[in-house]
Design a protein around this ligand. Structure first.
Ligand SMILES: Cc1ncc(COP(=O)(O)O)c(C=O)c1O
Length: 489
């Protein structure tokens, strides 16, 4: 709703306020802004239209006078009529109440704000968990399609578990990670996120409790909560999730599942040690507690690979394993996989068929070619080297500008540095101030509601120049008094 890809024509003979009036009226007239829709603030409209606030006020006053908008004290301006309802006696549906009653929970406001800001190419994104566009293999991708255009690739729906030849390629690839999984126990999904969605609606009852590391990527998405689950955080140290209380929590809170990101954890970058992995598997077996192992960052190691996946030591089938090419090859392909006991995979495949009839057949074709030709392995070597250079560069900037205001870990792979601010700073205020300077941050409270000390810094997305200028500016902002902690937070 806040996204307006339009600006008034400054050279036009039609006054700016009139153009704005016409534009907003059209939005209301064509039903894009229905009755009850809150319109952006005057300040943000002025910013988006690149005009003075008084010009916006003038246009809004016209719409208020027409009876289309109304300003309510304390809740801003909203649409109260549309041109149809002014003309006819029947009113349009109350979309506002539909929107707030949907089963799926909305993203927290800050994540919605981050998602919107990410669409602005002029913003420096210091927290984005994605490979930089420069690192994505566009040319090679085009070559793959070109070289194989005469092959019989399907443009139709593919089978429920995904293209067999891709599952065979993934089965072989997983074998090199010590995971034994036949194609029948692999389901191709549209990214790791969809795997979580399918698990939440396919395997769990409403009201179930999910254990997870605190902080966690899981807190930044609402898949489980939207399906009626409760999340329960378990502390984490640099060896991974702490296991001491898991059995107790399983019993006390009747936990249904444990979600973990053992390798290059999002957002802390932690790698679960080999001994902690063994401990976790033992706890999971003793307590009959299934594990979701989210391993989407595994391949992004710098000097040595992380310890073997939990799934590699799981002959009992306690672990559902998630992989994806989003962090390594291309998030836009939307291809990931889930590995687990066959009845579970059959169930998830059935739900996937009911939801989307399968992931893109073109993307599946491309990923199969990348993996089976060995190109993927080759490309990963380049990506690791690039990410390592970016990590070193970022650490050097932190050393130069942040040593008096923060501490941080040295990640051994993945995308993230978990930066802990050591002076009292409000990360919410910092987020807002930084955004006005066109720097986008990922504050720690997205990953743990109680956390007001950390920022997730990602060296994977912004260019080196942006990383440098953005971080230097950020250090200055942190040192300013007006971003300091306020007692109301
Ligand atoms: C731990 C983790 N799992 C899953 C995902 C989503 O991956 P995909 O793009 O494959 O859906 C992310 C993305 O940030 C992630 O950090």
């Amino acid at each position: 709703m806040q996204e307006l890809h339009w600006k008034p024509e400054k050279k036009s003979s039609v006054p700016l306020h009139q153009q704005i009036y016409d534009y907003l009226k059209r939005k209301i007239m064509y039903g894009e802004w229905t009755v009850g829709t809150k319109i952006p603030t005057q300040r943000s409209l002025a910013k988006q239209f690149d005009v003075n606030r008084s010009t916006v006020v003038y246009a809004l006053e016209g719409l208020i006078a027409d009876g289309l908008l109304q300003t309510k004290v304390g809740s801003g301006t909203e649409v109260v009529n549309n041109t149809w309802s002014l003309l006819s006696s029947t009113s349009s549906p109350d979309w506002k109440s539909y929107v707030s009653s949907g089963i799926y929970k909305p993203n927290i406001d800050m994540i919605q704000e981050i998602n919107r800001a990410e669409a602005d190419p002029t913003i420096i994104r210091l927290g984005t968990g994605e490979l930089s566009p420069d690192l994505l293999p566009n040319k090679k991708m085009a070559e793959i399609f070109h070289d194989h255009y005469d092959e019989n690739f399907s443009l139709g729906y593919v089978e429920p578990k995904g293209r067999l030849s891709l599952r065979q390629a993934i089965s072989k690839y997983l074998h090199s990670k010590e995971i034994v999984a036949s194609p029948e126990s692999i389901l191709i999904v549209s990214g790791g996120l969809q795997a979580l969605q399918l698990i939440s609606i396919g395997l769990l009852e409403r009201g179930s409790t999910i254990l997870h590391e605190t902080p966690s990527y899981l807190n930044s998405i609402h898949v489980f909560q939207s399906a009626g689950m409760n999340l329960l955080g378990v502390p984490l140290d640099m060896d991974g999730i702490k296991c001491d209380e898991i059995e107790y929590l399983k019993r006390q809170r009747e936990a249904a599942l444990l979600y973990t990101i053992p390798s290059f954890h999002n957002p802390t970058g932690a790698v679960m040690s080999e001994s902690r992995r063994a401990e976790l598997l033992k706890v999971s077996q003793n307590a009959s507690l299934p594990i979701i192992e989210d391993d989407v960052y595994r391949e992004l190691w710098f000097d040595v690979p992380p310890p073997s996946p939990l799934k590699a030591k799981d002959p009992q089938g306690n672990v559902l394993y998630i992989g994806s090419v989003s962090k390594t090859l291309s998030p836009g392909l939307r291809i990931g996989w889930v590995v687990g006991p066959e009845p579970v995979i059959d169930r998830l495949a059935d739900i996937k068929m009911q939801t989307d009839y399968g992931s893109s057949s073109l993307s599946q074709f491309a990923v199969e070619k990348w993996i089976s030709s060995g190109l993927y392995e080759h490309f990963l070597k380049d990506i690791r080297a690039e990410l390592k250079a970016r990590r070193d560069f970022t650490l050097q900037i932190l050393q130069n500008y942040f040593s008096e205001i923060a501490t941080w870990n040295i990640p051994q792979g993945g995308f993230y540095i978990w930066l802990q601010l050591t002076i009292d700073t409000s990360t919410r205020t910092l987020f807002e101030r930084a955004l006005t300077e066109r720097i986008l941050l990922n504050p720690g409270f997205i990953y743990d509601k109680q956390n007001h000390k950390h920022l997730r810094i990602s060296y994977s997305y912004a260019s080196m120049e942006q990383l440098e200028s953005g971080l230097v500016q950020l250090a200055q902002l942190i040192k300013q008094k007006n971003t300091r902690f306020s007692p109301s937070e």
